[in-house]
Design a protein around this ligand. Structure first.
Ligand SMILES: [Zn+2]
Length: 483
């Protein structure tokens, strides 16, 4: 972190290209030049100042929860993503306004007047206004603290909607989480501890809060550089099994559908596009929460890695990888696709969410949340199916094996959503052809006794290879994607 004078100094020096002076006199200034935005922290006032040197420059913003409430019914989970927005700072008078242009209505024409006519026709949203505190050489200093302390994730609304009470943020009990506030070349991550105060009315919030009149969570904010324009959107087809984004394009010819749809998918390109089998320029890497205990950890890794076979079937080698998240990495950092093991007071949903570029459908980050009580419920199901379930260790192992087999499926399923794939609720009756179903345990009889050996399928299904082929196959220049 640097102060404003250091940043001005850095810009002046870099303009003159005296790079050696930069290295030798100001390490902080050198670091600043690598950051997506610069910021400083005033500890005596608990304030974050942002130094905005990019005006009319679009980037992505997302607010999320890094620390949640822990109730499945309220649904404010650890690691829960909000909705992504493309935003930009614009300057008006002594203010910088953070504005969200409208992505739902567009003109893909190269004619700027045509684009402008659509831009002016639909509403935009200014999501925050900042007073400019200092200006120099095109850098504007603003106080970002009120933005970080705003209930961006909608915690108050959620508590109200679920009849838990009327809560408002108490700033005297809220603060910046400076240790988890970090800047990188293509993203900057902020965190703030927010305390919501109110008269608790619901049992759910009472059951998960030490003092239900004071509910504290940690809100995370990411400013993310938009990906480059080399990514090519892929048209959606209802037969593809893909999840899609959509928008209205007023430039398309009259005889074409004005509603455009693109599949959501990660960027994946072969190192050698002409080779039948090639490694990827950048593989898709997912990172598992290191807080997951064994033997669950190994089962989740196994299930997640099944997807690599589907990528192999379209000629990618090691293009889909799963590793443990390093201890010093932040799961909310937008650079990591993560699989989080999420605890709640009762059994709840697992889900796969993604941060998606709304212009193209490119997935920036996949974020899988797996409810930790699920495996205990699967164990109870197995227990209810077996004869003399408390009899001996072999039976206990059989129950555990069935539970682990189910969460291998769960791991693959939720990752599948974050790779861009929708449900397939018929696949269990079609030779278990997809992990994107909700599989029931398949019970067989062995020596007239119930056997759980084949309760859940192992590995990726044939349908999953079809969906991967549709969304991720690479086409050479001149090849027609549509045929
Ligand atoms: Zn699902």
């Amino acid at each position: 972190m640097c102060n404003f004078k250091q940043i001005k100094f850095m810009k002046f020096i870099s303009h003159l290209a005296f790079i050696f002076i930069l290295f030798s006199t100001c390490t902080l200034a050198k670091n600043n030049s690598d950051k997506f935005f610069d910021f400083s922290y005033d500890e005596s006032n608990d304030k974050i100042f942002l130094y905005v040197d990019k005006i009319d420059y679009e980037f992505m913003y997302i607010g999320s929860l890094s620390s949640g409430v822990g109730s499945n019914d309220i649904q404010l989970d650890r690691g829960q993503l909000g909705s992504e927005k493309i935003v930009k700072f614009i300057k008006r008078g002594n203010k910088l306004l953070l504005i969200e242009p409208n992505q739902k209505y567009r003109a893909s024409s190269k004619n700027n007047s045509e684009k402008k006519s659509v831009e002016q026709a639909f509403a935009k949203s200014v999501i925050f206004g900042f007073e400019i505190l200092e200006t120099d050489m095109g850098v504007y200093k603003i106080d970002l603290t009120p933005f970080l302390m705003y209930d961006r994730h909608g915690v108050s609304n959620r508590l109200k909607e679920t009849n838990q009470g009327d809560y408002i943020i108490d700033l005297s009990k809220s603060a910046i989480e400076i240790n988890n506030t970090k800047a990188f070349p293509e993203n900057i991550e902020f965190e703030a501890l927010l305390t919501f105060t109110g008269e608790a009315e619901g049992d759910w919030i009472r059951s998960v809060s030490p003092d239900p009149n004071f509910v504290s969570v940690i809100q995370h904010h990411s400013f993310i550089k938009l990906p480059d324009s080399k990514y090519k959107p892929r048209a959606f087809d209802p037969r593809s099994g893909a999840i899609h984004i959509s928008f209205m394009d007023y430039s398309v010819p009259v005889d074409e559908n004005i509603n455009k749809k693109y599949v959501i998918r990660h960027r994946l390109e072969k190192k050698n596009p002409k080779s039948k089998i090639s490694e990827a320029i950048e593989p898709i890497v997912y990172y598992l929460d290191p807080g997951t205990p064994e033997p669950i950890k190994s089962a989740l890794l196994d299930g997640a890695r099944w997807w690599n076979e589907a990528f192999e079937s379209i000629g990618f080698k090691d293009a889909f990888q799963v590793k443990l998240l390093p201890d010093d990495a932040d799961p909310m950092d937008c650079r990591y696709n993560v699989i989080q093991w999420v605890h709640r007071s009762t059994r709840g949903w697992s889900y796969g969410a993604s941060i998606v570029d709304p212009r193209t459908g490119e997935i920036i980050k996949g974020h899988v949340s797996l409810g930790s009580l699920r495996i205990r419920q699967d164990f109870l199901i197995a227990q209810s199916l077996l004869k003399n379930p408390y009899k001996n260790q072999d039976i206990s192992n059989e129950m555990l094996e069935m539970s682990l087999a189910r969460i291998r499926q769960l791991s693959a399923h939720e990752i599948g959503h974050t790779l861009g794939f929708a449900h397939n609720f018929t696949s269990s009756t079609a030779d278990r052809s997809s992990v994107m179903d909700y599989p029931h345990p398949l019970i067989t009889l062995k020596n007239n006794e119930i056997s759980l050996d084949n309760a859940y399928a192992k590995g990726i299904g044939e349908w999953d290879k079809v969906t991967v082929a549709y969304s991720y196959s690479e086409f050479l220049d001149g090849q027609n994607e549509k045929v």
